[in-house]
Design a protein around this ligand. Structure first.
Ligand code: HEC
Ligand code: HEC
Length: 374
């Protein structure tokens, strides 16, 4: 016990040093802290689970998991109330698209668990891309953004869709800033959000405000209460479902606070996946090893975020679970096992943050505000 405790102190100290030396993201450190807490708490909930006779979970099975943080902090973009307020408005503002008919929220509806329920989403002039819109909730934890991980952070990511010809289709950054600059309330809000910047309105700052808003999009569920030691937070059926989820091998890829999001993995790892048109991560790295690899999605709220997979080709959660067991692990689950896994996955449906789900009243246009174009 002593040795173990000392060992983890060393590991902790080392990761602290690494984080400090890298001078950047403090995520590894926080993650370790979180995990430590979870492990300690897992012991407690395991003891509690033993008291409830039906399902006694093995505490080691809970080790790969931890509760969601309250928000996803960033050293490069510290979260402030002023940024979040501004970001929430920009997230909903259709005037940031060429035809002024699409906002971030059109494809990632915060009131619908961050998705639009479409296989692929209609963008400018109804154009649809090849990929399904992933949820923006709990995505702050992801190793990288997009199915192929081509953006490192929310702040990098947010700059893309506004200028993407198939999405919001703005011709260039200048055109986007012209909209914002024409609206006096935005001018004031940018100054408030970025008080030390000489030029508060910039494309970078616009992305930072949206990023700060997204960093607050967290949906804790009964699963978090369970990990925090409340053994009654899950039903017996859900606990059995977790046991099947673990026994089948799902946590090998779907673990951590977001139950996924932590790595890139090949779709069809054990049994080849048919009809793969999208080469996934290979597009970004050009490494043969990355062909057909996708960023593992988080399973938080997964019952609400269908259709599934990078191309939205899988209509139901049941089908997604069956396909995962077969193609990723080479296992065929019985109808009972699938039913149990589904029960567990549904316990990951969390509470939406009421304040952030509200559609805000947008600041009014002026005579100078550019008109919609087609
Ligand atoms: C027309 C629909 C559409 C619009 C508008 C749109 N997105 Fe997306 N978004 C997508 C699709 C599709 C993907 C996945 C693309 C890929 O992986 O190649 C995506 C990916 C993302 C991701 C990555 C999530 C993850 O888990 O990897 C984030 C974050 C995101 N969008 C935020 C935004 C923000 C912020 C805006 C507004 C500035 C926005 N999106 C506008 C469709 C849209
Ligand atoms: C070897 C890694 C790996 C294992 C093991 C694995 N998955 Fe996945 N999972 C992935 C990847 C990668 C994707 C994304 C595939 C895609 O989009 O094409 C995914 C997607 C999913 C999805 C769809 C989520 C969405 O938003 O589209 C569900 C549900 C899912 N997995 C559940 C499971 C379950 C249940 C198990 C165990 C039976 C499991 N996974 C095992 C890597 C894995």
């Amino acid at each position: 016990m002593m040795v173990l405790a000392r060992l983890s102190t060393v590991v902790l100290a080392t990761s602290l040093l690494v984080a400090a030396a890298a001078g950047c993201d403090d995520r590894p450190f926080q993650e370790l802290e979180q995990r430590k807490a979870a492990v300690a708490k897992a012991a407690v909930s395991a003891a509690a689970a033993k008291a409830a006779p039906a399902v006694a979970l093995d505490p080691t099975d809970l080790k790969p998991f931890s509760p969601l943080p309250k928000e996803f902090p960033s050293e490069a973009n510290p979260i402030t109330e002023a940024k979040v307020t501004l970001g929430q408005l920009l997230y909903h503002d259709k005037r940031l698209s060429l035809a002024q008919d699409i906002s971030c929220n059109s494809c990632h509806d915060v009131a619908r668990y961050g998705v639009d329920g479409e296989k692929t989403s209609p963008g400018h002039k109804g154009h649809r891309g090849d990929r399904n819109s992933p949820t923006v909730y709990n995505a702050g934890h992801h190793v990288a953004q997009f199915w192929d991980g081509r953006a490192a952070t929310f702040e990098d990511q947010a700059k893309g869709p506004i200028l993407n010809p198939g999405e919001m289709a703005m011709p260039d950054e200048k055109a986007v800033l012209a909209v914002v600059e024409s609206i006096p309330e935005y001018v004031t809000l940018f100054k408030k959000a970025f008080p030390s910047d000489k030029k508060a309105i910039s494309y970078d700052n616009l992305a930072k405000a949206i990023g700060a808003f997204e960093r607050k999009l967290v949906t804790p569920s009964r699963w978090d209460r369970f990990l925090e030691g409340d053994a009654k937070a899950l039903t017996e059926k859900e606990k059995q479902g977790f046991a099947v989820f673990t026994k089948t091998g799902c946590p090998g890829c779907h673990a951590g606070p977001a139950v996924g999001g932590g790595s890139f993995q090949k779709l069809g790892l054990i049994k080849p996946y048919p009809d793969l048109k999208d080469v996934g991560r290979f597009n970004v790295t050009k490494e043969e090893d990355d062909r057909f690899k996708f960023r593992v999605p988080s399973l938080r709220n997964v019952d609400k975020t269908g259709p599934y997979f990078h191309d939205g080709s899988i209509a139901t959660l049941e089908e997604a679970v069956k396909k995962m067991a077969w193609h990723q692990l080479g296992k065929e689950l019985s109808a009972t096992e699938i039913d149990l896994v589904l029960a567990f996955l549904k316990s990951l449906t969390g509470e939406l943050p009421a304040e952030l789900v509200k559609v805000p009243e947008l600041p009014a246009s002026t005579a100078k505000t550019p008109k919609p174009k087609t």
